[in-house]
Design a binder for this molecule. Structure first.
Ligand code: ASP
Ligand code: MG
Length: 418
């Protein structure tokens, strides 16, 4: 069995849906399970709905309407005949959403988030399944919430592998085209949960693991995993083959092609992962598997913008040792600052962090009582795996380097650009 994942960008409009059909025609669809995300930017649009709901904003009606209109247009573009059952099916799902918003009593933001945001995937898979049937490909639409069971940690739920494994290995039919939702699961009480933003890759890996699949393919709008983001680097090249370990390292340093959680289950069963272009599905793309060399052997660049470089030094020239460091780290943890680089000397300690939740000012007040705190905002962190001189030069060229760290395989450079 093969597991395919189609992300939001691949199903963002009627053309995208038709293209999924073309891809399946080209690469085959018997014994395939499709994991599909919400269409285009639907998850973001539903996040706006949730915000309006909690703000009790008068904009709620129109933000819901946006989402309905967007899907309705796709339906009209796909099906000439609006008596097709898909219109009723999608309408019913939107009625469920309206009902939830009108009757929900729970003040729990994360709970409400998952109940609402899940309509993105439920609707996208409904539309895709009906379209395949319309094109005479028989499909089996499955509600992922009957398969992937999780705890009740809404928005970032943890998978109950035992239950999930049982459900999937027993109840997924083979020799057919299964279509299911990425990103979703359900808890003990059958409330919807989600696996974290961009979690659909992970869903594909969960199914592959439990089905002992032959492979997972993630279909993308790029040719595969590149050695650099083509938006920032002129000569980005496709990597034909990388190891799980390399892929995990790249994801760790912030490469966004593969969701980090995805690799672990695949690696455990040595299920190969392919990253391919949904525009040119017959091209090889990138293959991720065990122990293979990076091919071609190129430096890989990862860029993280909007970082904060913080340097702490002791006020009285005492050493910064384990005790201080563990205290500093638990503060970072508490204030949700993600540490991307660490460097320390006897009396100073520098970290490059991401302050996603804008907590630094509050943290700074606490740190400043014990340390001398210097910081630069808006710096950029470059990571180069398999660096060489010319790779370092490409990054440093014309920029002010404020910190550099080198290990055997990895170079990290912090620059301020203005
Ligand atoms: N639709 C979800 C998101 O945008 C899950 C995914 O696309 O992987 O985060
Ligand atoms: Mg998405």
């Amino acid at each position: 069995m093969r597991v395919f994942k189609f992300g939001g960008a691949s199903v963002k409009d009627a053309e995208g849906i038709k293209n999924v059909y073309d891809v399946l025609q080209k690469v085959g669809y018997e014994d395939v399970l499709l994991v599909v995300s919400a269409m285009g930017k639907t998850t973001n649009a539903l996040e706006v709905v949730i915000k309006d709901y909690f703000d009790k904003s008068s904009a709620l009606q129109s933000s819901v309407q946006e989402v309905k209109k967007y899907h309705n247009q796709i339906l009209l573009d796909l099906f000439e005949d609006d008596s097709n059952a898909v219109f009723t099916a999608v309408k019913a799902q939107f009625s469920d959403l309206d009902y939830f918003l009108a009757h929900n009593k729970s003040p729990n933001y994360d709970f409400v988030y998952d109940q609402v945001v899940s309509y993105g995937e439920l609707i996208s898979t409904t539309i895709l399944a009906h379209f395949m049937n319309h094109m005479d490909i028989k499909t089996q639409w499955i509600d992922v919430r009957n398969f992937i069971k999780t705890d009740s940690n809404y928005r970032d739920a943890t998978v109950d592998w035992d239950l999930t494994h049982k459900n999937i290995s027993k109840n997924v039919k083979r020799k057919t085209l299964n279509i299911t939702q990425g990103f979703l699961g359900s808890d003990e009480n059958n409330f919807t949960t989600t696996l974290g933003r961009e979690g659909s890759d992970y869903t594909a890996a969960i199914f592959a693991y439990c089905l002992n699949a032959d492979s997972v393919t993630i279909w993308k709008d790029v040719p595969g995993v590149m050695n650099a983001d083509p938006r920032y680097f002129e000569n980005a090249s496709l990597l034909n083959q990388i190891s799980y370990r390399e892929a995990i390292e790249l994801a760790f340093y912030g490469a966004t092609v593969i969701h980090p959680k995805t690799l672990q289950p695949l690696q455990r069963k040595e299920i190969p992962l392919y990253v391919k272009s949904f525009i040119n599905p017959l091209l090889k793309g990138t293959s991720v598997s065990r122990g293979v060399n990076l091919e071609p052997y190129l430096p890989c660049f990862i860029v993280k913008r909007n970082q904060l470089l913080i340097s702490l030094s002791s006020i009285d020239f005492s050493f910064i040792m384990e005790e201080n460091i563990s205290e500093i780290f638990s503060l970072f943890h508490e204030f949700k600052l993600k540490v991307n680089l660490i460097q320390n000397t006897a009396i100073s300690f520098s970290v490059c962090v991401e302050d996603k939740f804008y907590n630094f000012n509050e943290l700074n007040a606490i740190l400043s009582k014990k340390f001398k705190v210097d910081y630069s905002q808006n710096v950029t962190l470059y990571t180069i795996r398999h660096f060489n001189d010319s790779a370092a030069q490409t990054v440093e060229n014309g920029k002010k380097v404020i910190l550099k760290q080198i290990s055997t395989e990895t170079m990290q450079i912090v620059t301020s650009e203005n």
